[in-house]
Design a protein. Structure first.
Length: 542
């Protein structure tokens, strides 16, 4: 027997329609490439999204055709999110931090038809446009007066001229909610990156679950600053969740330094922000150097890589800001777990609460997970036993675009490549990436644990642990350290800092001081490049 409910497709166009009708007056504030602050509303975003749809129709783009962006977080990028997907095309967010050769490969692989880009990225587009064989139209996200006069890019036009003459009246098409809505490529740390193709259904469900109280807990009472880029897994779904529930959105544009982020937070009364640890490290350094305090910020979600316990403590103890640890992947849209406390944790002392908060958290509704051993046998949730982490759910990948690599699933589960524990309360903690965990004398050492101890030292700005081949123990850990500006610490002092904080055999064999630790396009440490930097390194003789 079927239920007697109305049947309505879960389409991204329904989100912006709802926003326009029910909270159209809510602000969307953007710092633009031009340097000024632009103010818009959901009503205006909705109208201009429909103009985008008309403009794409005029270019005769087919259903499912890809429209690429090279853009910062801003109101025009948000309009493209809805105008492209809402009209049945697929928005493809390119990462401008990639090498031009990678951008060319990805754009051609995706068969992008249109590229919309911020003026900041004109030099990149000038380098790659002639090699992007499927792109027919290039649009600069700017006013007509800012259009470069001699770009060398044929047919280049400004965004405002492109959509400016179009009608804001548009009837969004109705189609199957399982149709593709957006596309993101994996970071491609080994081989070429692979494309993940999200559907309207998966995106709407992900946005709804992400907004829940034990998800990211956002509401119409919030002013949200997504520092995480819109080209990084759709800013973790926050643009969709914010539009859904009517929160004010504040976009940082290209100014991602600590001073600019702090000033924007204060001027717009931001109370919720999201970003990767490297961004928050810059913010905290600026605040500490200038003896500043937050007047409105209450919560920040930190993901992308493990958040050091010292960062959680600094936000909480010094600035009164709750840190929400989260974890996910491009293949998961990306949210998988969020570290919100249960009622039973409220009476815990500060250190015991911190011990919970440093974990990646528990599944949000829609994500199931398990850990398995090398033979695929499910392991217990005891918080001690670790194994390969597998996930499944309605916004978890079933296969990659164009079927590359065959089916990634194992008996219906997606293998994340992470090694983790899960405790009796369902809190998952990443022990390591499977390729980064260090095997020493038949025992496993978590590189993340080694890094977190180093990060607690007051002279350390960033630390990365890698394994080095050892004739007796197979591998031994070393720690690469970037010191804070003006700070000093010796190899001996840092190694002594580990005493009593971990087992002796897990203490690194050496400290290597570096000027910088290589970061990828999403702010994650690139240990493969670090290993290449240290390819001539040899462990000290015992």
């Amino acid at each position: 027997m079927l239920g007697l409910m109305q049947s309505q497709q879960l389409l991204i166009s329904s989100l912006i329609d709802f926003a326009e009708r029910h909270h159209g007056e809510v602000e969307v504030v953007s710092r633009r490439v031009e340097g000024d602050i632009h103010r818009s509303t959901y009503q205006q975003i909705a109208a201009r999204s429909r103009q985008v749809a008309h403009a794409l129709d005029r270019w005769n783009l087919g259903f499912g055709d890809r429209v690429a962006t090279l853009a910062w977080n801003g109101y025009r990028h948000l309009e493209l999110y809805f105008g492209v997907s809402g009209s049945g095309r697929v928005i493809h967010t390119l990462n401008p931090r990639l090498h031009p050769d990678q951008i060319v490969w990805i754009a051609n692989h995706a068969e992008d038809q249109v590229l919309c880009f911020d003026l900041s990225f004109l030099p990149i587009v000038q380098v790659v446009h002639g090699r992007c064989t499927t792109i027919k139209h290039f649009v600069v996200l700017c006013d007509e007066s800012k259009l470069p006069g001699d770009s060398g890019i044929p047919g280049l036009m400004s965004y405002e001229a492109w959509i400016g003459t179009e009608s804001s009246a548009y009837e969004w098409p109705d189609f199957d909610e399982n149709c593709a809505s957006s596309m993101c490529y994996t970071s491609g740390t080994t081989g070429n990156p692979k494309a993940v193709l999200y559907s309207h259904r998966s995106t709407v469900l992900h946005g709804m679950s992400g907004a829940l109280p034990d998800g990211l807990n956002v509401s119409a009472r919030d002013c949200i600053l997504p520092v995480v880029p819109m080209f990084h897994v759709n800013a973790w779904g926050l643009p969709y969740s914010a539009v859904m529930i009517g929160a004010k959105l504040v976009f940082p544009g290209p100014a991602m330094d600590g001073k600019s982020i702090y000033e924007l937070m204060e001027s717009e009364k931001v109370n919720f922000a999201a970003g990767v640890p490297t961004v928050w490290q810059m913010l905290l350094s600026h605040m500490q150097a200038s003896n500043l305090r937050f007047s409105t910020l209450k919560r920040t979600v930190i993901g992308g890589s493990a958040c050091p316990p010292t960062m959680i403590s600094s936000f909480s103890d010094t600035y009164g800001v709750e840190v929400i640890h989260a974890w996910g992947m491009t293949e998961m849209s990306p949210l998988g777990t969020v570290c919100t406390l249960k009622n039973k944790h409220q009476a815990l002392g500060a250190q015991d609460k911190l011990n919970v908060r440093i974990k990646q958290g528990r599944s949000i509704y829609g994500v199931d997970m398990k850990i398995v051993d090398g033979e695929g046998k499910e392991l217990p949730w005891d918080g001690v036993t670790f194994g390969d982490l597998l996930v499944r759910g309605p916004w978890v990948i079933a296969e990659y675009y164009k079927g590359e690599g065959g089916s990634p699933l194992v008996d219906g589960w997606f293998p994340t490549g992470d090694v983790a524990t899960i405790d009796a309360d369902g809190y998952m903690q990443i022990t390591d990436r499977s390729k980064d965990v260090i095997k020493s004398g038949g025992e496993w050492i978590s590189s993340i644990d080694v890094e977190n101890i180093a990060m607690a030292h007051p002279a350390v700005a960033m630390a990365a642990c890698i394994g080095i081949k050892h004739p007796k123990w197979d591998e031994r850990p070393i720690i690469a350290v970037m010191k804070k500006q003006g700070a000093e610490v010796s190899r001996e002092a840092l190694l002594a800092f580990y005493e009593g904080k971990t087992a002796k055999w897990q203490i690194p064999d050496d400290v290597v001081f570096v000027d910088a630790i290589p970061l990828g396009g999403t702010g994650k440490m690139q240990k493969s490049k670090l290993r290449e930097m240290l390819r001539d390194y040899r462990l000290p003789v015992a």
